[in-house]
Design a protein. Structure first.
Length: 174
């Protein structure tokens, strides 16, 4: 009986240890890391809506979208406040650079052209591309938007010819 009890105690202790380690890892990812990112960004002057535990700003975004979709749209070409009301209102509140939360994942929103140009002309690979998953991977495929490195350079070289007017042939139908 003593050996069986020792094995049961050892298994239950190891199961409890695994559970505690899992909870620590979960709290680190969903609480500590977002708080650390928010403090680092606020020290640089970048503010945004506050982080909510686990869901971030997704409930707030959903509430804003349902509120704008519930009322009829005016006859105008200004559709940005209707399609993305959270970004429209947060641009007014927090300025041209702000931090949003998609769950525990931080997203930096920039609207200034010089920052966008710096990110798009990333020679030092400071700003990595986010890997497309699920639906986006099926939508974009294995094309220019999702490829990296030499494959991207080769595809960009091939696609670059489409942007020059001299290379396009004009077809005139009579």
């Amino acid at each position: 009986m003593g050996v069986l009890q020792n094995i049961i105690i050892l298994l239950s202790c190891s199961l409890c240890l695994c559970l505690v380690l899992f909870l620590i890892k979960l709290l680190h990812r969903t609480w500590w890391t977002p708080i650390r990112i928010r403090r680092a960004m606020s020290s640089q002057g970048i503010r945004g809506p506050p982080y909510r535990f686990i869901h971030g700003n997704t409930k707030e975004v959903l509430n804003m979208r349902t509120a704008t979709m519930s009322r009829p749209m005016d006859l105008s070409h200004n559709i940005f406040p209707r399609l993305q009301p959270h970004l429209h209102s947060w641009l007014d509140i927090y300025g041209k650079k702000f931090l949003t939360w998609n769950g525990p994942q931080a997203q930096l929103v920039i609207t200034e052209s010089e920052y966008a140009r710096e990110i798009l002309n990333d020679k030092e690979k400071i700003y990595p591309k986010v890997d497309a998953e699920g639906f986006l991977k099926k939508l974009f495929g294995d094309g220019l938007a999702t490829s990296k490195g030499e494959k991207w350079a080769k595809q960009r070289k091939l696609a670059n010819h489409a942007f020059y007017a001299e290379s396009l042939k004009v077809c005139v139908y009579k």
